[in-house]
Ligand binder design. Structure first.
Ligand code: ADP
Ligand code: F6P
Length: 391
């Protein structure tokens, strides 16, 4: 170690014990202090001081080399979301820039429990920013929800001497991250799900791209609906959350929107569609969230059953997974890049057990304990606004 220090040291004429330190090495512990020119200086030429200094510097280098050899792991979990690859790329390249080794975990928590790690260099994440899905693969695992599964995952992380894990995923994935964090492992979450149902981030990676796909479908359906004076129903994803349906409905100018947060009677929907025709509209579009009680299936059955009385058909399009596999747009690429980079910044700062999301336009860390115990709520005033705008 001493030799290494000597090799790195640049003796200055006026200060025989002056070493130049690269700025990136960070803070120098007291009593050794860093001056403006990034050098450490001891003015006395006393042998004892020199000895003490050498020991301090040795310790410093030991800490620094540990810091530089930090190994972190990154995984993607739950429903894939366009932009996950941009987040992986950001974690890998900013991690490498910190001087760490970065490993990917294949297929989410299932891969973590199986110890399925792959070392990632800068070139391994080249050419992925423009692709949807996730290069690492994702997954859902019931076993990981159990103590046995989590202990198994921790065993692999500890055996491989990882110092931190980055979890890119949605609500369920961050509950998993919280579970590992509660068991003492340093975890950082990155907010990513097309559902936008995750507390701790106003918008999550993938939402914007998924919304644009839904919007394109609505626009197209409106064209054909207008040609025939027809009524169409479009079902969008979102699980128990109506965010995608509400936003796609507003942006697509839908005549009616059905979300789980405000259950709607099919009879009322039929009335809204009829009234749209009566107001002279050539089309009538209803956007329905998959998690609503009267989703595509429920609504289609109702309209079929009451066809005679209602006097018109409802043609149904279920977008399903089409919304997930899109090419990430600029918003998601940038959001994912910012959140991925913010995650490694937090690791560098020794801050763990948090989710990195976007709040008030800034990358913000929210404790996973808060994330795992809070729900994100929709602004239901927008549903009322959508009704007014549909007139
Ligand atoms: P998303 O992260 O997109 O919301 P899921 O809800 O399916 O997707 O969660 C992804 C995975 O996270 C689950 O398959 C499971 O392995 C893990 N997970 C979900 N909830 C919990 C929980 N309460 N505790 C531990 N792990 C969980
Ligand atoms: O959470 C993302 C999501 O796409 C939901 O909107 C949807 O309900 C679910 O995943 C579908 O999951 P799977 O891909 O397992 O069918």
């Amino acid at each position: 170690m001493q030799e290494r220090i000597e090799n790195r040291a640049i003796a200055q004429d006026s200060h025989p014990y002056k070493w130049i330190f690269p700025q990136s090495l960070g803070k120098i512990p007291q009593p050794i202090s860093l001056s403006d020119d990034n050098s450490v200086t001891v003015s006395q030429h006393c042998g004892l001081v020199r000895e003490l200094l050498i020991r301090k510097v040795e310790k410093l280098f030991a800490n620094l080399s540990e810091e530089m050899m930090k190994r972190i792991a990154v995984l993607t979990s739950g429903g894939d979301a366009p932009g996950m690859n941009a987040a992986i790329r950001a974690v890998v390249r900013t991690g490498l820039d910190h001087g760490w080794q970065v490993f990917g975990v294949r297929h989410g928590y299932a891969g973590l429990m199986a110890g399925d790690f792959i070392m990632l260099g800068a070139r391994n994440v080249g050419g992925i920013i423009q692709h949807g899905g996730t290069k690492l693969g994702s997954g859902r695992s019931l076993k990981f929800k159990t103590e046995e599964g989590q202990v198994e995952a921790l065993r692999h992380l500890n055996e491989r001497e990882f110092s931190a894990l980055v979890v890119i995923g949605g609500d369920g994935s961050q509950k998993g991250a919280h579970a590992l964090s509660q068991r003492g492992f340093p975890v950082i979450g990155v907010a990513s799900t097309i559902d936008n149902d995750l507390y701790g981030s106003e918008i999550t990676i993938g939402v914007d791209t998924a919304l644009n796909i839904a919007l394109e479908a609505i626009d197209r359906l409106k064209v054909t609906a207008s040609a025939h004076n027809r009524a169409f129903l479009v079902e969008v994803m979102g699980r128990a959350c109506g965010y995608l349906a509400l936003m796609a409905g507003i942006a697509g100018g839908a005549e009616a929107i059905v979300i789980p947060e405000a259950e709607t009677d099919p009879e009322q929907i039929a009335e809204e569609l009829r009234s749209a025709y009566e107001r002279g509209k050539p089309h009538a579009i209803v956007v329905v969230a998959e998690g609503a009680e009267h989703n595509a299936e429920g609504m289609a059955n109702y309209f079929k059953l009451h066809r005679e009385r209602l006097g018109f058909d409802l043609r149904v399009t279920k977008l399903g997974h089409v919304q997930r596999g899109g090419v990430p747009g600029v918003f998601d690429r940038l959001l994912a890049t910012r959140l991925g980079a913010a995650a490694t910044d937090r690791i560098a700062g020794g801050e763990y057990g948090v989710l990195v999301g976007l709040i008030d336009g800034k990358e913000t860390a929210t404790p996973l304990t808060e994330v795992a115990t809070h729900e994100k709520h929709l602004d239901l005033r927008l549903l009322e606004l959508a009704r007014v705008l549909a007139k």
